[in-house]
Design a binder for this molecule. Structure first.
Ligand code: AMP
Ligand code: MG
Length: 321
């Protein structure tokens, strides 16, 4: 799914629920699906693992806007109402929820603007083209009724939430199969299964292989959005992949990475993107205002901030009781 699942691993596992020492061939399993490393380190049999990878592929195919057969491509090619899978309808509804919550900072209709940016290159899009593309950006132009989506004149990109949604579906699948322990990692979008505590590493911005911080969780998702995940630098300015719908430019933010922790991976995914767009002050206020979510921010000056439900011991974060 090319860019939908294309981000570098932002989170690196430190301890895998204590299953590291006796890791069997069945438990440790990594695949490269599209542009993303999918790592399922789960206590389960091979058949369950294979089914999980199939599920992963199925969802990726629904949401992949570079696959002409995907639901998202069908919506993007359509000029009227179109029937999609219930998963796609739910994903879009949840995206709209976060658009409303963030007053349009999170907007899946940004696709035409995103397409003007090439983060593998070093040149900026033409300002007039950005202005033109911005004319069609408006989440208010999407309606979802049951499994029917209408998005006339809109092009959707669900890269800010889809990995989280898929992680949630994988979690449901594993729990249904009776799995008690394991880590789902979709290119850094992590879900820690089961009651046992696991430490999830948070990468150092611009050095994604270096673990800078960690957070201890159980039965929870940990998702990081960062300006270092896809970017280029020009004349001392970093142009990154999280786009401000007001300007069509990379969000100006004092956050280098935002890690959101909570039960729903889709929500953590969307919220992490919103946090980067908001900047530290508003992001912290937003997450503190929500029940069941915490966040850790690595800021441009190298300092670290975090929300009220966490406490810090050196570079490790824990939930307050
Ligand atoms: P994430 O890594 O979850 O922060 O998502 C970043 C991806 O979301 C980008 O690569 C785009 O596909 C998409 N995106 C960029 N800006 C926005 C935005 N303002 N609202 C929603 N999605 C966005
Ligand atoms: Mg996101």
């Amino acid at each position: 799914m090319k860019r939908l699942l294309s981000l570098n691993a932002a989170l690196i596992m430190l301890a895998l629920c204590g299953c590291g020492a006796a890791a069997s061939e069945n438990r440790l399993n990594t695949r490269f699906l599209y542009d993303t490393v999918i790592k399922l380190d789960i206590e389960c049999d091979r058949k369950t693992l294979d089914e999980a990878f199939e599920l992963c592929e199925r969802y990726s195919k629904l949401f992949d806007r570079w696959d002409s057969k995907s639901d998202i491509s069908k919506i993007n090619a359509s000029d009227g109402k179109i029937k999609v899978s219930s998963d796609t309808a739910k994903l879009i509804e949840r995206s709209l929820y976060f658009s409303r919550m963030s007053d349009g900072a999170f907007d899946i209709t940004l696709c035409p603007v995103i397409d003007l940016w090439d983060f593998e290159g070093t040149s900026l899009p033409d300002r007039n083209e950005i202005a033109e593309a911005l004319k069609s950006v408006d989440y208010g132009g999407i309606t979802v009724e049951g499994n029917t989506v209408s998005a006339k004149g809109k092009k959707l990109d669900v890269g800010g939430i889809a990995k989280g949604y898929i992680a949630d579906r994988l979690k449901d699948f594993f729990y249904k199969k009776g799995v008690k322990k394991g880590i789902i990692n979709l290119g850094g979008n992590v879900y820690s299964l089961g009651e046992e505590k696991a430490k999830i590493g948070i990468a150092k911005p611009f050095e994604p292989q270096t673990v800078m911080l960690s957070v201890e969780v159980s039965d929870m998702s940990v998702v990081t959005s960062g300006i270092y995940q896809r970017y280029f630098e020009k004349d001392g300015v970093i142009y990154h992949h999280i786009i401000d719908p007001k300007t069509g430019m990379s969000a100006q933010t004092d956050i280098q990475s935002a890690t959101v922790i909570g039960k729903s991976s889709a929500d953590c995914d969307a919220l992490a993107t919103v946090c980067v767009l908001y900047g530290r002050e508003n992001a912290k206020a937003l997450i503190d205002s929500l029940d069941g979510y915490q966040a850790i921010f690595i800021l441009s000056d190298g300092s670290v901030d975090y929300t009220a439900g966490l406490y810090r011991e050196e570079n490790e974060f824990y939930f307050k009781r």
